[in-house]
Design a protein around this ligand. Structure first.
Ligand code: BMA
Length: 373
């Protein structure tokens, strides 16, 4: 168990009540469920309490293990779960039984339910295949893909069927009373880079915005999915607010604003701290102006070769900013060096525990939402 519990269940209930009265924290989806509205209010409230730690595929697999129920590399190290767990829907569109990283979808649904039951939050990304070429999300051989999925485009019907599957998936994430679990949905991420088919050089600004709005409207209005908060998540290469906002679909379509940023070498430590500080300041300003919640939607240093990365790099880079969370990427089961959270024996393990013990780093036990302790 950790330090002080910052947000008690009673406070959460109060925050939820206030949420319905506070115009400033309404979800973009005006028919969002009560729980989804409450989650947005909690995210806002938590900006004054600390920064939540998130980990992609935390319960799906980790260092030398696959899918055992409740296992987590993060928990193995600090005896607590991340505040946020990420899952990915890539290959759901293909009717595959497993996602692109070979996690069975059946298990992803169980994970989301389990995370919710223990008081954590869920974020969902989607590395969906290229609907025009049939290649992967990284197939950037055509700049006609986004155009093709818009209404009137050759792949629009097919893409609507893909979104139908997303709707089924999202509505299958339910709590013990059958109510939909609120989800932080992060589609079309890193769109300011050009490595995914929805990226900067692969479509026009208007096409990107139309695709986002089409997706939002189709899921919320046609399919009546109301448990989503929408996260607009650029890549970390933007230099100013104008660049960041160039493809922003508008305040009525977004709840969370974020970006993804990775450190690639130990020599980049100072650069990482300074660039993240600068970009997060920009993000906070944009968040205030648009009344959106800022978050560092992906960050990390593959293999964590720096033994003090947690307290020496990432914390100094983020601690002075009012951001909701930061999420490190997955501890891949089939790629030995592809991990971003520590595991027992990993060289940053001790430093991660120091980071865990900082009052401002929020894990599951700090949220006060957990029923399963
Ligand atoms: C990437 C890598 C890939 C993975 C993808 C989706 O950054 O981790 O191996 O397939 O994310 O999770």
């Amino acid at each position: 168990m950790k330090k002080i519990v910052l947000l008690s269940a009673v406070m959460v209930a109060l925050v939820s009540c206030n949420a319905s009265r506070d115009n400033k924290v309404k979800p973009a989806d005006e028919n969002a469920t009560k729980e989804t509205k409450a989650l947005l209010a909690i995210l806002k409230e938590n900006l004054n309490r600390g920064i939540m730690f998130g980990h992609q595929d935390d319960l799906s697999y980790g260092r030398a293990w696959d899918y055992p129920n409740g296992e987590s590399d993060v928990k193995r190290v600090c005896s607590d779960y991340p505040a946020i767990t990420g899952i990915d829907m890539g290959h759901l569109e293909l009717d595959s039984l497993r996602n692109l990283d070979s996690v069975p979808f059946k298990y992803e649904i169980e994970i989301a339910k389990k995370v919710h039951a223990y008081g954590g939050l869920i974020t969902v990304s989607w590395h969906q295949n290229n609907p025009l070429t049939g290649g992967t999300a990284w197939d950037v051989t055509s700049d006609k893909v986004v155009e093709s999925i818009l209404p009137g485009g050759s792949q629009n019907e097919k893409y609507k069927q893909w979104l139908d599957k997303v709707a089924v998936f999202m509505s299958s994430l339910t709590d013990e009373n059958g109510k939909p679990i609120p989800v932080l949905f992060r589609p079309y991420h890193e769109h300011t880079g050009s490595w995914f088919w929805w990226g900067q050089k692969l479509c026009t600004t208007q096409q990107f915005i139309d695709m986002w709005r089409f997706t939002f409207d189709y899921l919320t209005k046609t399919k009546n999915i109301h448990n989503l908060l929408f996260a607009y998540s650029a890549s970390g290469d933007f230099k100013n607010a104008a660049e960041y906002l160039e493809r922003y679909p508008g305040n009525n379509y977004v709840d969370i604003i974020g970006f993804d940023y990775y450190q690639n070498s130990i020599a980049d430590k100072d650069k990482t701290i300074s660039e993240l500080n600068t970009k997060l300041s920009l993000l906070e300003t944009i968040g205030r102006e648009h009344n959106k919640i800022p978050a560092l939607t992906e960050v990390g240093f593959e293999s964590i070769p720096d033994p003090t990365w947690w307290t020496g790099t990432i914390w100094p880079a983020i601690k002075d900013h009012k951001i909701s969370w930061f999420l490190v990427w997955r501890n891949a089961h089939y790629r030995i060096d592809h991990f971003y959270a520590p595991y027992p024996g990993q060289k940053s393990e001790k430093d991660f525990i120091d980071f865990y013990n900082l009052p401002g780093s929020l894990f599951r036990n700090d949220l006060g939402l957990n029923k399963g302790k």
